[in-house]
Design a protein around this ligand. Structure first.
Ligand code: SF4
Length: 310
């Protein structure tokens, strides 16, 4: 069976073997983050609607799960913000009722939780992984370039309400952009916001390959540990665990990507189109290939191109 809205299972550092469910078209999002690995947001919106047919997503999930796959999570993720899909609550409720043995996760930019109805729609999700990269307006605008109607204070209040109410776990992710959200003032503001929210876990991340904007740089492991210490959170080590050791990492997919790149440099989108894989899945493999020195990247006319190392 061909799946339009499911992808993977992908090797996720945080979630293990994770079946992706993509509920919005490329790249429909409430933010346009400077570090986004999928490139600039083409539909910057806060409008919730049925971007893809809910019934078809449910049919695909029923079909896939009837094969009893070995999964650690079914994860709402994709090249955009899943909570913009107005049918996510129905999909979550269906999965909990019809497939209770599978754990659910939601990757989200966390901007829509000020709406109580949305928090209710995802109350059956076992692990929600929202982001919060900035606690001041200046850093929020510089890093996340939000839809003009989003109000940072509401975003923070929504996340705090989520952390208080949610019966599953909430793992907050903070993406560090050096020079923007790692100054003493910004870290102080972030530490205050995080302490108010009190999520179950906080994880740090930083750029490991080119993002949307050329000026954004990565952060060393030592600096990430320093930032973690300032923020008063645990070890940010998840960023350094290789995906190669996750059971859903397949040598076959890696080899297909390498063979294609040996023929010509490609963007992640080119690879996704040519290989019939989701762009998120391609990024997971590219991350390993770059870390291990098999692939490098450079900017070109259509975005970031990936090239085998010579
Ligand atoms: S990183 Fe996530 S939240 Fe930011 S623009 Fe990309 S898809 Fe949207």
């Amino acid at each position: 069976m061909q799946y339009t809205y499911l992808f993977g299972p992908v090797p996720s550092r945080r979630l293990g073997a994770s079946l992706g469910v993509d509920l919005v078209p490329y790249k429909t999002c409430t933010l346009d983050c400077v570090y986004c690995e999928c490139g600039p947001t083409t539909d910057l919106t806060i409008t919730r609607k049925e971007y893809v047919p809910t019934d078809t997503v449910i049919d695909e999930l029923d079909g896939y799960l009837s094969t009893s796959p070995s999964l650690d999570f079914i994860t709402f993720s994709g090249a955009g913000e899943s909570l913009l899909h107005s049918g996510i609550g129905r999909i979550v409720a269906h999965l909990k009722e019809a497939h209770p043995d599978f754990r659910l996760a939601l990757l989200t930019n966390g901007t829509l939780f000020s709406d109580k109805a949305i928090r209710r729609e995802v109350r059956g999700v076992d692990v929600i992984l929202p982001s919060l990269d900035a606690a001041t307006l200046q850093a929020f605008s510089t890093i996340n370039r939000p839809h003009p109607s989003l109000v940072l204070d509401d975003v923070k209040k929504g996340l705090t309400a989520l952390c208080r109410e949610h019966e599953g776990e909430v793992w907050l992710e903070v993406f560090i952009v050096p020079g923007v959200n790692d100054t003493p003032e910004e870290l102080d503001a972030l530490a205050g916001a995080i302490s108010e929210m009190s999520p179950d876990m906080v994880q740090l991340n930083s750029l490991d390959r080119p993002g949307s904007e050329e000026w954004v740089e990565g952060v060393s492991e030592a600096r990430l540990r320093e930032v973690a210490h300032i923020l008063g959170i645990g070890d940010p080590i998840h960023a350094y665990v290789s995906r190669r050791h996750i059971k859903s990492y397949t040598p076959e997919a890696e080899s297909r990507i390498m063979q294609t790149l040996k023929r010509r440099p490609c963007t992640a989108r080119d690879l996704a189109d040519m290989l019939g894989l989701h762009e998120n899945e391609i990024h997971k493999y590219l991350e390993v290939l770059i870390q291990e020195g098999h692939v490098t990247s450079k900017r070109g006319t259509r975005g970031v191109y990936f090239i085998p190392s010579s």
